[in-house]
Design a protein around this ligand. Structure first.
Ligand SMILES: NC(=O)c1ccc[n+]([C@@H]2O[C@H](COP(=O)([O-])OP(=O)(O)OC[C@H]3O[C@@H](n4cnc5c(N)ncnc54)[C@H](O)[C@@H]3O)[C@@H](O)[C@H]2O)c1
Length: 270
């Protein structure tokens, strides 16, 4: 059993972003040919060019996950270039500063915020899964990782649309694992906690970052490479018995009662 991805073809959506670019780099370093798919063509090209300069096989494709035809074109371009698809990392999500500011609680929810969040995060992920499954069914093999979030497991006073969209991604993951396991296709969800991408650190309220950092059990916040390595494991043959799972990579943020540090101080103080 090996962690090598030599000879595999991978699509990483949102491949120009913080976690996406790190994942492209790790998959390429393990031997995969990587399709860097993003709504931002110039950043996607920069990531693909960087990989090519390091001697890897990479191609940038501009895609808008909100548009069905654009998603279809991404998969067509991949098969036209490589003839197959072994790995789909559904990493893209819409995380603009404007949405972060407007996505609050359910009582104040703007329908537009809900719709655009679901259009990209849920419908876009579904469109990519559907395209990938049609190719992978023909091959009798393939692996999908869907990016959710630990916020899909926890209630919060903000990010109600985002959290609900990520919960939908988890259930989509279980459906695919169940319907396609016998056809040689595995599907898992990775649930990052707060991860030091520029998008997360730039868009989230500083007080939230402070609170989450305090509640993270590791002495550090995760960075994009931590998620990239988790994805690389899940798509490798080493993970061949893992499917339909939600793999939380959040430094233990979501597994304990809140305020544990204060409780520890209380216990230490007798
Ligand atoms: N960073 C965190 O703290 C954190 C925590 C939990 C989950 N996540 C998840 O990890 C993933 C990556 O997050 P990140 O922090 O790297 O964010 P990021 O903003 O750096 O990356 C997201 C990428 O998706 C692309 N994108 C947005 N809309 C798109 C669309 N319609 N079509 C195609 N591409 C589109 C963006 O251009 C961007 O490059 C997301 O799914 C996010 O929800 C991140």
């Amino acid at each position: 059993m090996s962690s090598s991805l030599q000879g595999r073809v991978a699509i990483v959506t949102g491949g120009a972003g913080g976690i996406g670019a790190a994942t492209c780099a790790v998959l390429a370093a393990r031997g995969a040919a990587v399709v860097v798919a993003d709504i931002d063509p110039s950043r996607a090209r920069a990531v693909a060019d960087g990989l090519a300069r390091d001697g890897h096989d990479a191609m940038a494709v501009a895609v808008d996950l909100a548009e069905e035809a654009s998603v279809a074109a991404l998969f067509e371009a991949t098969v036209a270039r490589y003839g197959r698809l072994d790995i789909l990392d559904n990493n893209a999500a819409i995380l603009t500063p404007d949405l972060a500011r407007r996505d609050l609680d359910m009582a104040s929810m703007e329908t537009e915020v809900w719709d655009i969040t679901f259009r990209v995060n849920v419908r876009g992920t579904m469109l990519c899964c559907r395209q990938a499954l049609r190719i992978m069914e023909g091959q009798g093999a393939g692996v999908i990782v869907n990016t959710a979030s630990n916020l899909a497991l926890q209630g919060n006073v903000i990010q109600a649309a985002y959290s609900a969209s990520k919960a939908a991604v988890i259930q989509m993951t279980r459906s695919i694992a169940t319907s396609h396991g016998k056809r040689g296709i595995r599907c898992n969800a990775v649930l990052p906690g707060l991860t030091g991408s520029a998008a997360a650190l730039g868009n989230l309220p500083p007080r939230l970052i402070e609170i989450v950092t305090e509640e993270t059990l590791t002495p550090y916040l995760g960075d994009p490479m931590d998620i990239a390595h988790t994805v690389a494991f899940l798509v490798s043959d080493e993970a061949r018995y893992i499917t339909g799972q939600t793999i939380v990579a959040d430094g233990g943020t979501s597994i304990h009662i809140p305020g544990y540090a204060r409780l520890a101080e209380m216990v230490a103080g007798g």
